[in-house]
Design a protein around this ligand. Sequence first.
Ligand code: KG4
Ligand code: ZN
Length: 338
Amino acid sequence: MPTVLALETSCDESAAAIVRDHTVLASAVASQVEEHARWGGVVPEIASRRHVEALPQLVARVSAEAGLPLAELDAFAATVAPGLLGALLVASVTGRTLARLHGRPFLGVHHLEGHLCSVQLGEPLPPGPFLVLLVSGGHTELVRVDGPGQYIRLGRSHDDAAGEAFDKVARLLELGYPGGPAIQAAARSGDPRRFSLPKGRVSRPEGGFHPYDFSFSGLKTAMLRQVRALQQSGDPLPVADLAASFEQVVAEVLVERSCRCALDEGLGTLVLVGGVAANARLRGLLAERCGRDGLVWRLAPLAYCTDNAAMVGVAACQRLAMGARSPAGLGVAARWPL
Ligand code: KG4
Ligand code: ZN
């Protein structure tokens, strides 16, 4: 089984990990969240600079923690797409340089394949194909997985990603950045039924609705209208109830359409991954509905929901086992379909 150093710098987390197949020997993440919070979102230039500063230390740390000098590793891997170009370059150049230096193969990994693989760091999956609900800051997708590298997208968001909706609504409620954890914390004491909010459907040109697609822009507008109306009343804003109602409707729409898709497609297992998969209400509701619908469910371990390098390592090990190697001149890409 190959042992791989994996690097991840596609957005605002610098991360390194040493992974052997599905086993994490060491994993470290340096978050830049506090720095970007001052600006209310990720500033690409700052992200790249911080990655350059953080990555060498993270590599040294995981190598020491795993008790493995870099020269003893079998391969080097890095996320090469999609993400912020300048940020992606940091891990990609570092990974390719280390591979060259140690005469080992380099593997460029798709960030979303990393997220898909994060579930393998938890309880084993039952055999056979399964459906993944991937919800992050940049993506909301339903992906059928038939095996390593065999992915078919069955659903997606037509506008904001779920994480993006959390971040924007958090800004509206003045809860700060990143929005997901802030909304979750504020919602804890709120009433999730206080406000009735829309579940956003996407029409089909031939009539009816896409059964497994999502739209969060209407929900965002509804939240804005609700907040404005409440502000006009002059009373203090019921932030907890607003956050809880928003979180509830997002969790419901994600879970309802995912379960529907799994049942219609005859897929017995539903998997939840990505940054938004850290959301407790979403995790709870998915488990409850899967239990009711007779579906097996698997949640990415909490530590591996938001961006990390361990998931990139698992994806790399899987690709290496299939004989994949990336060309030395492999670049990075801001967009790249899975
Ligand atoms: O996967 P990720 O770390 O980065 C991307 O690939 O985008 O996801 C980040 C997103 C952010 O939008 C963040 O607000 C959201 O995940 N997030 C959450 C929670 N923790 C992170 N959303 C809801 N509840 C959470 N607990
Ligand atoms: Zn991500």
